[in-house]
Design a protein around this ligand. Sequence first.
Ligand SMILES: C[S@@+](CC[C@H](N)C(=O)[O-])C[C@H]1O[C@@H](n2cnc3c(N)ncnc32)[C@H](O)[C@@H]1O
Length: 235
Amino acid sequence: MSNQHQSQFVHRLFSTIASHYDFMNSLLSLNQDNYWRNCLLEKLPLTCSHTVLDVCCGTGKLTAKIASRLGPQGKVVGLDFCQPMLDQAAALLSSHPNREAVELMCGDALALPFADHTFDHVVTAFGLRNLPNVQQPLAEMYRVVRPGGTVLSVELAKPSLPLLKQLYFFYFHHLTPLLGKLKMGRDGFYSWLPESLKAYPDQAEVAEYFKQTGFKQVAFYELTGGITAIHRGIK
Ligand SMILES: C[S@@+](CC[C@H](N)C(=O)[O-])C[C@H]1O[C@@H](n2cnc3c(N)ncnc32)[C@H](O)[C@@H]1O
């Protein structure tokens, strides 16, 4: 699939599943998705006056968590290229006590609509795997974060423990598409998950991409036996 075709496919996919996304995400991750986002937040050196960009913010779950930690001078921008996902985010955030600190924006992770060094931190949760490559979005995140700022990504990874690895691949290759089909009533949508996972580099390779982009103090942390990993880089 060419980059353009992949982006169009991903856009159509998330436009179609937007209203089911949160439910399916919790179901398929056995309710671990919130825990994984919380782990990312724990690694973010956030103060209440910081500005943060949440790339591929989707339905705004991580954006909302960040907003809860900000004060009157702080700001979080949730960016996604899929308006139906942003509509879900807007609904979630409409009753947020710190709604004023949040801006939702339609935009492309491959060409972020911000000047260089705009944000104190840039984060993304389950975003990188859905993009046509890792290098371009990382370069964009690097560009828009200020020197000394942190970029964090939490994403599905590849466990190495033999039994867990087999269970994990069985789960994602066979059960996930089946559960997706039961919920959506048609084939295909949740086949993207195992396909994208297969194409996505493993955690050590992703760390290499962070280094090649120019990030310093690159580290990754495996969660839940390596099912998920958080990558960190400092500009
Ligand atoms: C798996 S969802 C993750 C949503 C959310 N961050 C979360 O924690 O659940 C991936 C999101 O990436 C968005 N996305 C994919 N490609 C994108 C692009 N090129 N630019 C911006 N957003 C994109 C999709 O629209 C979707 O909302």
